[in-house]
Design a protein around this ligand. Structure first.
Ligand code: HAM
Length: 425
């Protein structure tokens, strides 16, 4: 016997979302549709593939996402393309490509879909991940910051995800950040010897990323490091005060986190993350976002402010899976044709029920009735429709309530009404 060839494997860091997980995913995407539209955000979809420069020019040459984690390849036309690692730069590109800059501002958009990052997979970290994200583009006013933060907050609320803590910071803008960057360098300079090579690289290229360091030595040093909030220019400080006041008014509790800089380089002013107590270590962030007032210009468009967030659906699903949820609904009706019955009648009855909007799984495969009723039970069906030759001869079928374990004969022309009654009961 020749060996069977090895079956192809699911790529590392990717997951199937199987039918049994779909109800939970559907709850997340439905909640996103509902909450986003309550606040006037409209759906947008952008390609899974983009020109590589869209990400290298915006997410930053010093961010891990761009330097190490992109799925980049050359296509047959010799163009460098990248599987999107994040949604903000693509949405800003679409905003200009689609002339949304001509519409009343800000333009409120939301999206859901897959993103790709070539990272070392572990619990809560995947190579294909899904996000729900929103972007409000074209208005720099802090009330928009508050609105965006609130939309994410309400999404968690709607899903019953408790224990989310909102981490908030401002990292200033092109006016005040250089001063802060210098102060941070000055602070770390005497300790350069103690830093890991990676952190020394951060010191050189983008000292703000030192705030993100996981190295115990750097973390210890960070306790006394200068804080972004102490270096904000007047305009950034005033904007931040308004964001804080707005959130308080909306009844949304937050924690000021002076070390929150985020993993992408395009941020200015407000940055925030939603953390969850049950997620450990570096993967404790359910979502995050911030302002990106310089991003459009970095891409070569007219300077246009924007703010948004993205929430990771895999991480949110991990939490939702631990909460009590209703048993997955099965089909309303499981239709079984008993051996010797006229299957044409079964098909017609099933079609009629579906036309009435009733969900039916049809099992006309010959076999023992008992075994097939057990299948109906395991699928969590409500009713079994049993079509047998003896009943058919009398113009009837049997309808069995699989929960109550009762059954009765129903005449063919009364079937739809009897099924509806059975489903209500
Ligand atoms: P991000 O912080 O890179 O932000 O990603 C947002 C969320 O996506 C994370 O908090 C996490 O829940 C999830 N996520 C990221 N990487 C992975 C991964 N490898 N596996 C599983 N989940 C992951 C952004 O993407 C920005 N575009 C957010 C934004 C929108 N900023 C402004 N507008």
């Amino acid at each position: 016997m020749p060996d069977r060839p090895l079956a192809p494997q699911r790529p590392r860091g990717t997951q199937d979302i199987l039918p049994r997980e779909q109800p939970l995913w559907r709850r997340m995407t439905d909640a996103a549709d509902t909450i986003a539209s309550l606040y006037g955000y409209r759906p947008v979809e952008t390609p899974i593939l983009e020109e590589t420069s869209l990400f290298t020019r915006t997410a930053g040459e010093s961010s891990d996402i761009v330097t190490k984690e992109m799925y980049t390849f050359t296509d047959r036309g010799n163009r460098s393309l990248t599987l999107r690692p994040e949604g903000t730069a693509p949405v800003v590109r679409a905003y200009f490509d689609g002339h949304l800059d001509q519409e009343p501002q800000p333009v409120r958009l939301y999206y859901q879909g897959p993103f790709f990052r070539y990272d070392r997979p572990q619990a809560g970290r995947y190579r294909e991940l899904h996000q729900f994200g929103i972007e409000a583009i074209g208005d720099a006013h802090p009330t928009i910051d508050q609105e965006v933060v609130e939309v994410g907050w309400r999404w968690f609320e709607r899903l019953g995800i408790r224990g989310v803590s909102l981490q908030l910071n401002s990292i200033g803008d092109a006016v005040c950040r250089p001063r802060y960057r210098d102060a941070l360098r000055e602070y770390f300079r005497p300790y350069l010897e103690r830093l890991t090579p990676e952190d020394r690289g951060r010191f050189e290229r983008n000292p703000l990323r030192l705030l993100d360091s996981k190295d115990p030595d750097s973390v210890e040093l960070l306790a006394d490091a200068p804080k972004t909030l102490d270096y904000l220019c007047e305009a950034c400080a005033a904007a931040f005060a308004e964001v804080e006041a707005g959130l308080r008014q909306a009844g949304i509790a937050f924690t000021i986190n002076p070390r929150l800089v985020r993993g992408l380089d395009y941020y200015t002013r407000t940055t925030f993350e939603y953390w969850h107590e049950s997620l450990k270590g570096a993967q404790n962030s359910l979502g995050g976002g911030g302002r990106y007032d310089g991003l459009a210009e970095d891409l070569g468009y007219r300077s246009t402010p924007g703010i948004g967030f993205a929430i990771g659906l895999e991480r949110s699903a991990m939490i939702l899976a631990g909460l009590e949820s209703p048993a997955p609904a099965g089909p309303a009706v499981y239709a079984v044709g008993v051996d010797g019955a006229d299957l044409a009648v079964l098909h017609r009855l099933v079609s009629d029920l579906r036309r009435e909007g009733i969900e039916v799984v049809s099992d006309a495969v010959p076999g023992k009735l008992d075994a097939r009723l057990r299948k109906a039970d395991r699928r969590n069906a409500r009713l079994a429709l049993i079509v047998g030759p003896d009943e058919l001869a009398r113009g009837q079928v049997v309808l069995r309530d699989l929960r109550q374990k009762t059954q009765s004969a129903v005449s063919l022309d009364q079937l739809a009404r009897a099924v509806e009654r059975g489903l209500r009961g």
